[in-house]
Design a protein around this ligand. Structure first.
Ligand code: NAG
Ligand code: NAG
Length: 242
């Protein structure tokens, strides 16, 4: 996607475990594109409404949906993705919530993206399918430090590298896994890409964000790098539905 459509800085969020538990259904983050806006009664508005309606309907059964509505110059493109383990009903709830919330937060922007624990939703007035979006991105990390950062960082990278390979080799572009990290402790990880990407680009995307581990979550008990096209998460507790 054209990165100039959105602000390109990386936003840094710290999240305590407790906050995540209480506000589990709140958006993690969002960006409104500032480059182009529409006005009330603009054809773009009705196209967007149609697109979001389609995504709400299309996404839950497969966990992914994408499409377009309207004609140039009012055409809009969008996609929605649910986390790989999220069932149709929770997926539907999340995409619904995302459509409503993004409308409140970016009411007149032609492009926007919003992330939740369970899903992401993105739209733009340009065809961005199949293109790596590494511009819209944020980090989250657990405030707690591990006691042996050097080993722990290596183990984290090792697990995430495996998951990147695995995710990009499956049709769902999604993988989870766990690994023993000594003294009956375990490390849990997840990697996922939006399904408009090719397998090669999915791997490229994940590989790129894994390289940001030192900036994101150096020696932290948990962390995530979340972009418009892919994301990973690791924790020392299980966090996906099995
Ligand atoms: C679009 O609206 C945003 C506020 O939501 C504003 O910051 C931005 O400058 C506007 N862009 C244009 C091109 O008017
Ligand atoms: C973790 O380590 C950083 C830097 O070494 C320190 O500033 C921070 O206070 C530590 N956090 C906790 C929760 O102990």
């Amino acid at each position: 996607m054209s990165s100039s459509q959105f602000t390109s800085s990386v936003y840094l969020l710290t999240f305590a475990l407790l906050l995540q538990t209480i506000f589990g259904a709140s958006p993690l983050f969002h960006f409104c594109s500032s480059s182009e806006n529409f006005t009330t009664n603009d054809p773009y508005e009705s196209n967007l409404k149609k697109l979001l309606g389609n995504l709400n309907y299309q996404t839950p059964p497969q966990g992914f949906g994408f499409g377009t509505a309207g004609q140039h110059p009012y055409q809009t493109y969008g996609l929605a993705l649910c986390r790989g383990d999220v069932g149709a009903s929770d997926c539907k709830t999340c995409v619904n919530e995302a459509s409503n919330e993004i409308h409140k937060r970016c009411p007149y922007n032609k492009g926007a993206i919003i992330w939740y624990d369970n899903c992401l939703l993105k739209y733009l007035n340009k065809d961005f399918f199949g293109q790596l979006d590494n511009q819209n991105k944020f980090y989250m990390w657990n405030l707690r430090n591990v006691s042996n950062p050097t080993t722990f960082n290596q183990q984290t990278r090792g697990l995430l590298n495996l998951l990147a390979k695995e995710a990009s080799a499956t049709p769902k572009l999604y993988a989870v896994g766990e690994q023993e990290i000594g003294e009956s402790k375990k490390l849990y990880g997840l990697a996922q890409c939006t399904r408009d990407l090719s397998s090669t680009d999915c791997f490229k995307c994940l590989d790129g964000i894994i390289d940001e581990l030192p900036r994101c979550c150096d020696g932290k008990e948990g962390g995530r790098v979340v972009s418009g096209s892919c994301n990973f998460r690791y924790e020392i507790y299980p966090f996906v539905n099995t």
